[in-house]
Structure formats: structure tokens, C-alpha cells
Write a protein that binds this ligand. Structure first.
Ligand SMILES: [Zn+2]
Length: 110
């Protein structure tokens, strides 16, 4: 069954003070209000309950199962692996407003 999943993709930003371009963020564990507000249209992207170090993940809208965030980002056949190189039409980009801050793991593929 196909479900919608989302992730945070940055055209540009900085990670630990280093400038980076075209990267996604996985394993998000914290985000600022500016980002939290803008993610409200995607309520299935929420913290996984039951972990001591909980992180944000996509959840199946049908059964509520959490989708492994790292898996979606790290396997070449998964949708969030390379957003700049994704097949046309497979990814819908929604622009965020302003600068946002979040804590997680950056990943990118050149
Ligand atoms: Zn399901």
C-alpha cells in the first residue's frame, strides 16, 4: 500500500556551523515553533511514542505504524534517498517560510 511520507529538505543551510546545500534531515528529535507550525498539515509526521529518545517519523494513516525514518533516507530505492535526483512527479516540494531550526541527522547524496 502506498502512503504519503514527508521529510525536511534544505536547499541551503548550516550544520554545526558548516554551510551545506541540498540535504535532507532524518531522525529529527527537535524543531522550532516556526517549523512545527508549518508541519501541521502533515499530522502523520510526528514523534514516535515509547522511545526514551523519541524522534519524528512518518506514520501510516491507516494503521498508525511508524515508518523507519533512517530507512526511508538511506536505501537507494526509498523515496527520500535523493530528493534532487528523484523521478519527476514522485516528490512534491512544499516551500517553508523563513528560516527554520531543527535537530537531527543530515544526509545528502552528491
Ligand atoms: Zn499501515
Amino acid at each position: 500500500m502506498k502512503i504519503e511520507v514527508i521529510c525536511i529538505y534544505c536547499e541551503s543551510g548550516s550544520v554545526s556551523g558548516e554551510p551545506l546545500t541540498q540535504f535532507t534531515v532524518s531522525g529529527t528529535w527537535a524543531m522550532d515553533d516556526a517549523l512545527g507550525r508549518q508541519l501541521k498539515p502533515w499530522p502523520f509526521f510526528r514523534k514516535v511514542p515509547g522511545y526514551s529518545e523519541s524522534y519524528f517519523a512518518n506514520h501510516c494513516p491507516h494503521c498508525g505504524a511508524a515508518q523507519d525514518d533512517l530507512y526511508l533516507h538511506s536505501e537507494p530505492d526509498q523515496p527520500l534517498y535523493s530528493i534532487p535526483r528523484a523521478a519527476p512527479g514522485s516528490i512534491k516540494l512544499t516551500a517553508l517560510v523563513g528560516q527554520i531550526q531543527l535537530s537531527g541527522d543530515e544526509s545528502f547524496e552528491i
